[in-house]
Design a protein around this ligand. Structure first.
Ligand SMILES: NC(=O)c1ccc[n+]([C@@H]2O[C@H](COP(=O)([O-])OP(=O)(O)OC[C@H]3O[C@@H](n4cnc5c(N)ncnc54)[C@H](OP(=O)(O)O)[C@@H]3O)[C@@H](O)[C@H]2O)c1
Length: 244
C-alpha cells in the first residue's frame, strides 16, 4: 500500500542512526497517515483510511506492508497514533508473549520514563501487576504522575535500586525484570530475582548467555529479543487493539 504519512514516530534507534552509530537502516520505523492506494490483493483497507503501523522510512509518501498496519482508533490524533506501534508492541511482546505475566506479579521496569518504559508501565498496571520503576531522578515526577509511590521508584543511573527494592519487598524481589541497561545494572537486576523469574532484555549493549545466567541464578529464564516481525507482529497489533 502507499501511505500519505502525517506523523512519524521518533525512536531510540533513530537517534543512534543520526549520531552515526548504525549505517544499516534509514531513519523512520513507524508512523500514521492516510491510505493513498492499495494493491488489488489487499483486503480490509481502502484509500482514505486512517492507519498506523510499522514500516521503513519517513517522507510524504511511504510504501507499507498491509500486514503491519492497523486502523487508528477513533478519537486518536495522527501524532498520538504515530507514537504507539513500536513502544507498545515491544512492551506487549515482552510482557505478554515472552514473560507471560500474571496479575499480582511484581515487575521491575527499567528506564520507565522512556518510550518503551512508559508503554510497559501502562500495560503492566492495566493487567494488575505490582510495578516497580527506575528513572533518572529528574524524571521521578513523571513516574509519580503515572501513579507510582516513592517506595516503588529508584534511580536508573546507580545500582541502589537493588537494595531499595529488595528491602521494599522483604527480600522477595521481583518475578519479572524488563531491562535495557548493562553491566553492573544487569547483575544487580538479576539479583532481584532470588526466587527465580523472567529477565527480559530489550537492549543491545549487554546480551548475556541464557545458560550462564541460569547457572548463576537458578530458576531465572533469560531472554533477549529483536523487534517482533511479520505474523507475530500482526497478531500482537490485533491483540493489543482488542485489549484497548
Ligand atoms: N528489542 C526490541 O525489540 C526493542 C524495541 C524498541 C526499543 N528497544 C530498546 O529499548 C530501550 C529503550 O528504548 P526507548 O525507545 O524506550 O528509548 P528512550 O525513550 O530514548 O528511553 C531510553 C531510556 O534509557 C535510559 N537510560 C539509562 N541509562 C542511560 C544512558 N546512560 N544514556 C541514555 N539513556 C539512558 C533513559 O532513562 P533515564 O534517564 O530515566 O535513565 C531513557 O529514558 C533501548 O535500549 C532500545 O534499544 C528494544
Amino acid at each position: 500500500m502507499r501511505l500519505g504519512l502525517r506523523s512519524s514516530g521518533v525512536n531510540f534507534r533513530d537517534f543512534l542512526i543520526a549520531l552515526g552509530d548504525s549505517a544499516d537502516y534509514d531513519v523512520g520505523l513507524e508512523g500514521s497517515g492516510v491510505v493513498l492506494e492499495a494493491a488489488d490483493d489487499v483486503h480490509g483497507f481502502a484509500p482514505g483510511d486512517r492507519v498506523m503501523g510499522q514500516f521503513s522510512g519517513a517522507g510524504p509518501v511511504v510504501v507499507v506492508d498491509h500486514r503491519r498496519i492497523a486502523r487508528v482508533p477513533s478519537g486518536w490524533t495522527y501524532a498520538q497514533a504515530a507514537t504507539v506501534p513500536a513502544v507498545f508492541l515491544t512492551a506487549y511482546y515482552a510482557l505478554a508473549h515472552v514473560a507471560r505475566v500474571n496479575a499480582g506479579e511484581r515487575v521491575l521496569v527499567h528506564a520507565a520514563a522512556g518510550g518503551v518504559g512508559m508503554a510497559a508501565v501502562q500495560l503492566a498496571k492495566h493487567w494488575g501487576l505490582d510495578v516497580y520503576a527506575t528513572a533518572s531522578p529528574g524524571k521521578w515526577d513523571t513516574l509519580r504522575s503515572l501513579g507510582f509511590e516513592d517506595d516503588h521508584i529508584a534511580n536508573s543511573r546507580t545500582v541502589e535500586f537493588e537494595q531499595k527494592f529488595s528491602a521494599t519487598t522483604g527480600g522477595a524481589g521481583m518475578d519479572v525484570v524488563l531491562d535495557c541497561l548493562k553491566e553492573e545494572f544487569v547483575d544487580a537486576s538479576l539479583r532481584l530475582l532470588p526466587r527465580g523469574g523472567r529477565f527480559i532484555e530489550l537492549g543491545k549493549a549487554d546480551i548475556r548467555d541464557p545458560g550462564e545466567v541460569a547457572a548463576r541464578h537458578p530458576g531465572v529464564y533469560y531472554h533477549a529479543f529483536d523487534p517482533p516481525r511479520r505474523r507475530r507482529l500482526r497478531n500482537s497489533i490485533a491483540r493489543y487493539l482488542a485489549s484497548l
